[in-house]
Design a protein around this ligand. Structure first.
Ligand code: GDP
Ligand code: MG
Length: 216
């Protein structure tokens, strides 16, 4: 049994400064749902010791997806520059040298992909939640994601494939890139009433300082 502690709506969206209360947003993208990997993906975060504090299924709108990727005002420029650099590093001429033009095309492709079917939105809480989830998820391009990560183990997509077909990479999961990004994304996807503040028994062995009360 878990005890559900009442927290006011105003408080629940505020980040707690203790490091064990770090939170991150995960979206299981339409390909994750269609590949029947929802349970497998949740299991991987759950068994690391993270606590699930919100979970829902929805079909996102184009506006929700564009809003999600542009929460950081720098995202358009940074991602455009990163994408152009990755073309040049591979000796390929980018379709355009304008980072914002690159990102505009990317956003259209992301919206087409992410609105194609239901997704799962979840919030995970625990020590280093952002970094732990990113580590378990693996790097963006599945071709080069490490073995043992979600993207490395369950999907085979590459930028070579997506460039040839004019679509965006299908990599099963979105995970927040930093605690600040996570807090913005949580507010973007969830209302306060959807977050549940409760005690998970496992947190005692993970975080308690004294471990009192274990022996009878
Ligand atoms: P993530 O945090 O690992 O999902 O990656 P980003 O936030 O950097 O990028 C968001 C999305 O933009 C990715 O899921 C890709 O679909 C796309 N993307 C990012 N970098 C590149 C790139 O270098 N080339 C292409 N074609 N798409 C990219
Ligand atoms: Mg990202």
């Amino acid at each position: 049994m878990v005890r559900v502690k009442k927290t006011s709506d105003a408080d629940i969206l505020k980040p707690n400064p203790h490091p064990s209360r770090e939170r991150t947003l995960v979206l299981i993208k339409p390909d994750g749902v269609q590949r029947s990997l929802v349970g497998e993906i949740i299991r991987r975060y759950e068994r690391a010791g993270l606590k699930l504090i919100a979970l829902k299924m929805l079909v996102p709108t184009k506006e929700q997806i564009e809003g999600h990727y542009t929460l950081d005002p720098q995202w358009r420029r940074v991602t455009g520059e990163k994408t152009i650099k990755s073309y040049l590093d591979k000796g390929i001429e980018p379709p355009t040298k304008d980072p914002l033009e690159v990102t505009k095309i990317l956003l259209e492709r992301l919206a087409r992909y992410m609105t194609s079917g239901p997704i799962i939105a979840a919030i995970w809480q625990g020590a280093h939640a952002v970094a732990i989830v990113r580590k378990l998820t693996g790097s963006t391009e599945p071709l080069t994601s490490d073995v043992g990560t979600i993207r490395g183990d369950f999907v085979l997509d590459s930028y070579q494939m997506t460039d040839a077909d004019g679509r965006c990479i299908r990599n099963l999961v979105h995970a927040s890139g930093s605690p600040a990004e996570a807090e913005q994304e949580i507010v973007h996807w969830f209302s306060p009433a959807e977050l549940i503040n409760y005690r998970l028994i496992a947190e005692q062995i993970l975080y308690d300082v004294n471990l009192d009360g274990m022996l009878e």
